[in-house]
Ligand binder design. Structure first.
Ligand SMILES: Cc1cc2nc3c(=O)[nH]c(=O)nc-3n(C[C@H](O)[C@H](O)[C@H](O)COP(=O)(O)OP(=O)(O)OC[C@H]3O[C@@H](n4cnc5c(N)ncnc54)[C@H](O)[C@@H]3O)c2cc1C
Length: 498
């Protein structure tokens, strides 16, 4: 037992980042209590069960399996202890307004053939693009993303600077991609993974072509039983490591004295704390739970941040299976530029948005009653909109109309039920700043040390993890974020992750 350790560590929020951090600290000897507002763990990665349908409420793309594997290995586990993974082939399909639907095969040979069909010669250029993207991915994993990013000087290592310059990291993704392909369909295929980072390709640094490597080389996977298998696995690890998990309990105040948090006040009473890590939305923790003199960032600072989009989601039960859909379907049958402008510039409700349809019952019969179909629809929206339930029905009808046109069949009369979920739900459920779905965008000015810091500047024993700090939005970054914070805290106690 290390006597340097705080007596009681409290983690706020049982999302993936909070759970990762709590489990790693507990493994290293900390006495950890995790407090979560909802009755179940997982945060944005939770489940909604209705009429025999099992909906993953948030994430549906299981990318970068190596990151999850690395986390499980810290505890002597592999994902196989918790779930089976299936690589999807095709990875996904895209619907266009001027071309037949395009499935993206799993495997680089099939993808280069596909590129050559759209633009002769582009297959070879894609291979070069992906080779560079692979170097970025491996460099980022080895040299960048597991750093606490508290100061730019962490990156002032000469070798790293040399590598960065060679890798063309800071040019925009939009320009970088256009050096390799010209066909608009291929440009859109290569720009699609950037949407996960929550910013326009013109404002996202070319470092993130590593996401194309994740997409096309590492592949799209699915945990049988649903994405929430991941949350269940993390929960099991928490219990194995002796973390005290308190659910259905909302933190509403951090009790500070001078520059130290002494206790965490909840709707169910007070919990003493010597060390606090918040995995809840960063803005909420600072602005709602801390007194003003204890905040590192002002409201003005937050107002200037570019948030990743919010979303309008539909969870739909269909009476019958829908031929023509695959597990992942991207409806790029409307102009992307107009939609992106409405999200990032005009902050308006989009006229004809691009949307994404997930149909996990194509892979996993567990998701829907026999013969029926589980469908999840996502439309990215600006976080500066006032939610308006009247709009939900308008978009529901538009989405189904466009699906009918693309699929060449009627589906509206097959709807058994639908639930919509939008900006106000993100605020109510997660205290999400402006109702963001995926946190803060990874623009050039909001990457690495330029993101909100993992350590409070004002409160000595307060740390932050999750999608608003480093490295950014997404499940793999959430796991990495938990690990970065746990590691940083342990280093301060002269300990290492075991
Ligand atoms: C619709 C949608 C689709 C997505 N798709 C993908 C995808 O396909 N692939 C992918 O990798 N990522 C995807 N993401 C992003 C991914 O889900 C998130 O980046 C990740 O889950 C964030 O984890 P987190 O731990 O940082 O935050 P959260 O999951 O938000 O966890 C924070 C937790 O804190 C709790 N909390 C908040 N306030 C309090 C309080 N006061 N007291 C107690 N508890 C509190 C919340 O209830 C929550 O459980 C998607 C997200 C959404 C919303």
């Amino acid at each position: 037992m290390n006597t340097n350790l705080p007596e009681q560590t409290v983690v706020i929020g049982g999302g993936i980042a909070g759970m990762a951090c709590a489990a790693l600290l507990a493994k290293s000897g900390h006495t950890v209590r995790l407090i979560e507002k909802h009755d179940d763990l997982g945060g944005r990665n939770r489940k909604w069960i209705h009429k025999g349908f099992h909906f993953d409420m948030g994430p549906s793309w299981y990318w970068m399996p190596d990151v999850f594997e690395r986390f499980f290995q810290h505890f002597g586990h592999s994902h196989t202890d918790f779930y089976s993974l299936k690589r999807l082939d095709p990875s996904y399909q895209v619907f266009w307004d001027d071309h037949a639907p395009t499935p993206l095969p799993a495997g680089i040979e099939g993808i280069t053939e596909l590129f050559d069909r759209f633009e002769p010669g582009s297959g070879t250029r894609l291979t070069r693009f992906l080779r560079e993207a692979g170097i970025k991915y491996n460099t980022a994993m080895a040299d960048f993303v597991y750093r606490p990013s508290l100061a730019l000087t962490e990156y002032a290592d000469l070798n790293l600077i040399r590598k960065s310059l060679r890798l063309d990291l800071f040019q925009s993704m939009a320009k970088h991609i256009r050096k390799f392909v010209r066909d608009p369909h291929l440009i859109q295929l290569l720009e699609f993974p950037i949407l996960f980072l929550g910013a326009k390709p013109a404002e996202t640094p070319a470092l993130y072509s590593m996401m194309n490597y994740a997409d096309m080389v590492l592949g799209t996977w699915y945990p049988l039983g649903g994405m929430t298998k991941l949350s269940e696995a993390f929960h099991r690890i928490l219990l194995e490591q002796g973390v005290e998990v308190i659910t259905g309990t909302e933190v509403n105040d951090l009790v500070t004295e001078n520059d130290v948090v002494r206790a965490v006040a909840t709707n169910r009473g007070l919990y003493e704390a010597d060390l606090v890590i918040s995995g809840a939305d960063y803005h909420h923790t600072e602005q709602d739970l801390l007194p003003s003199q204890a905040r590192t960032y002002s409201e003005k600072y937050w107002q200037k941040r570019v948030m990743a989009p919010s979303s309008l989601l539909f969870y739909i039960g269909f009476k019958e299976q829908i031929p023509g859909l695959l597990h992942h379907n991207l409806f790029f049958d409307a102009p992307f530029a107009a939609h992106a402008t409405s999200i990032y510039d005009t902050h308006a409700w989009p006229e004809d948005p691009l949307f994404y349809v997930c149909c996990p019952s194509k892979t996993d019969p567990h998701c829907a009653p026999a013969g029926q179909e589980n469908v999840f629809v996502l439309i990215p929206l600006s976080t500066r909109l006032d939610d308006d339930p009247a709009k939900h029905d308008y978009y529901f009808d538009q989405v189904l109309t466009r699906m009918e046109k693309q699929l060449g069949r009627r589906i509206k009369d097959q709807v058994l039920f639908k639930r919509s979920y939008c900006i106000e739900d993100f605020k109510t459920d997660y205290h999400a700043f402006r109702g963001n779905a995926y946190g803060m965008a990874n623009t050039l000015k909001q990457t690495g040390p330029l993101r909100p810091k993992i350590r409070s500047n004002k409160v000595r024993n307060l740390y932050y993890t999750g999608q608003l700090t480093v490295p950014g939005p997404g499940l793999p970054p959430a796991v990495i974020s938990g690990e970065v914070v746990a590691n940083y805290i342990l280093k301060n106690h002269n300990m290492k992750l075991v």
